[in-house]
Design a protein around this ligand. Structure first.
Ligand code: HEC
Length: 225
């Protein structure tokens, strides 16, 4: 177990303790109004991938899915979808119809064994749009250690962003994008939503955005060390 996993395991256990301490686990509603309708019938393939729905819908799905995941799944499946061992690591479910079918089966019906609910059913409570938004978030998680080779440079960029004087924000953003382009997902999805990717799209000409991007990198770097 590397340090990232230990961090995730500790965080997951803390969350699990908090959740179970209150008895029943109440699913938290996910606001999916910003996503296109997908009909009543349950699909077997993610409709929010960029290839199918375009980049804007895909990006929205990642954002909405992140919040849906954190509120409903992280306590068992781990923060950032890095499993601490309580439940399977979902990052490696193949981002294709095969993985989607399995995903949506579990999402809808959960898993009960010998009368014990190991995973609650979410289908009726959260609905299909939330299911696929969460799926989109899960499949864009970076694989383990993908930013390790860039840690020093990312720390230097972070320091520059936090200093409040950034000579050329656009070129920092494009350097971060270049790093982000090298990051791979565990699921085989083409784009990983790494902290480099997130920071790159946060930076604009407003100094407040530099601080926000610096904070994103700080969180990512602390998880990796
Ligand atoms: C109370 C803990 C718990 C919560 C909350 C939970 N899960 Fe699970 N999940 C599990 C366990 C345990 C398993 C393994 C079940 C088994 O033995 O097959 C599992 C399995 C899965 C699987 C199948 C993984 C595989 O590799 O076979 C998927 C997909 C999944 N969960 C998605 C989710 C999603 C999405 C959410 C949030 C909406 C969620 N789970 C919330 C405990 C949980």
């Amino acid at each position: 177990m590397n340090r990232t996993n230990i961090f995730a395991a500790v965080a997951t256990l803390a969350l699990a303790g908090a959740a179970y301490g209150h008895g029943d686990v109440t699913p938290q509603p996910v606001n999916t109004d910003a996503l296109p309708e997908v009909g009543e019938e349950w699909l077997i393939e993610n409709p929010y991938r960029a290839e199918a729905a375009g980049e804007d819908v895909w990006m929205k799905a990642v954002e909405i899915g992140a919040s849906g995941y954190n509120q409903n799944c992280a306590r068992c499946h781990g923060l950032g979808v890095v499993s601490g061992g309580l439940a399977p690591d979902l990052r490696y479910l193949e981002a294709a119809e095969y993985g989607d079918e399995w995903y949506v089966e579990r999402f809808r019906h959960g898993m009960t064994q010998n009368g014990t609910t190991k995973m609650p059913a979410f289908g009726e409570l959260l609905g299909q749009k939330a299911a696929w938004a969460i799926r989109t978030y899960i499949e864009t998680r970076p694989d383990d250690g993908e930013l390790d080779d860039h840690a020093d440079r990312l720390a230097a960029i972070r320091d520059e962003l936090m200093s409040g004087t950034v000579a050329d924000p656009a070129s920092l953003a494009s350097e971060l994008q270049g790093i982000a382009d090298q990051v791979e997902t565990g699921s085989g999805a083409p784009v990983a939503d790494s902290v480099a990717f997130e920071a790159a799209r946060t930076i604009n000409d407003d100094p407040a955005s530099w601080k926000a991007a610096g904070d994103i990198l700080t969180v990512g770097l602390s998880a990796a060390h």
